[in-house]
Design a protein around this ligand. Structure first.
Ligand SMILES: Nc1ncnc2c1ncn2[C@@H]1O[C@H](COP(=O)(O)OP(=O)(O)O)[C@@H](O)[C@H]1O
Ligand SMILES: O=C(O)C1=C[C@@H](OP(=O)(O)O)[C@@H](O)[C@H](O)C1
Ligand SMILES: [Mg+2]
Length: 169
């Protein structure tokens, strides 16, 4: 099946369900799954948290952009990290490989799901609040989305079904 279908690319804030819903989508659609956070870690031989702690949040964004640009065109479900949208070239590449789906959840739900974000290796300016990061990113997620799915109050299975119903195969 790989090679003859478009990718499906998931974007959104940390906690929006990209990694977990991505697996469900891939199983339901008979596609492969890749989590770009894991690609970054194996490329660098470091955890995301270590990259941010030792080299800074901009280093993570640079590495992320390079890794995303190498994603092949074959049919895979791709869970990106929340900061993927800072890479303009990477997003142009990903969009050329298939539909980009924005998993949209409110700030309060991001807070609930991610807990103490200082321990999450988030790619954000140290002085930036989560609220400011959310606002900055919302505009970027909306810019790149081909499809937006509201995840609030919905199960992962329901969100998966909604995405499959909206994407031609
Ligand atoms: N629709 C949902 N309803 C309830 N919990 C969810 C939902 N989507 C994701 N979660 C939970 O939120 C957490 C973060 O999900 P994850 O897939 O890792 O998000 P991301 O990859 O976008 O950061 C996980 O514990 C996951 O089970
Ligand atoms: O939003 C972010 O800045 C990040 C989100 C993480 O991925 P998830 O969105 O899958 O949690 C991971 O890429 C890294 O810790 C940076
Ligand atoms: Mg994830």
């Amino acid at each position: 099946m790989m090679g003859d279908r478009s990718n499906i690319i998931l974007i959104g804030m940390p906690g929006s369900g990209k990694s977990t819903i991505g697996v469900l989508l891939a199983k339901a659609a008979g596609m492969d799954f890749v989590d770009t956070d894991l690609l970054i870690q194996s490329d660098q031989g470091q955890t995301l948290q270590t990259i941010v702690d030792e080299r800074g949040y901009l280093a993570l964004r640079e590495v992320e952009e390079r890794v995303l640009c190498r994603i092949p065109r074959a049919g895979q479900v791709i869970a990106t990290g929340g900061s993927a949208v800072y890479g303009e070239t990477a997003m142009a590449h990903l969009k050329s490989t298939g539909p980009v789906v924005f998993l949209n959840i409110p700030l309060a739900t991001v807070r609930e799901r991610i807990g103490d974000y200082s321990l999450r290796g988030l790619s954000k300016r140290p002085d930036q609040s989560l609220e400011a990061l959310f606002d900055e990113r919302l505009a970027l997620y909306q810019r790149y989305a081909d499809l937006t799915v509201d995840g609030e109050g919905r199960t992962q299975e329901r969100i998966c079904d909604m995405i499959l119903a909206s994407i031609p195969n």
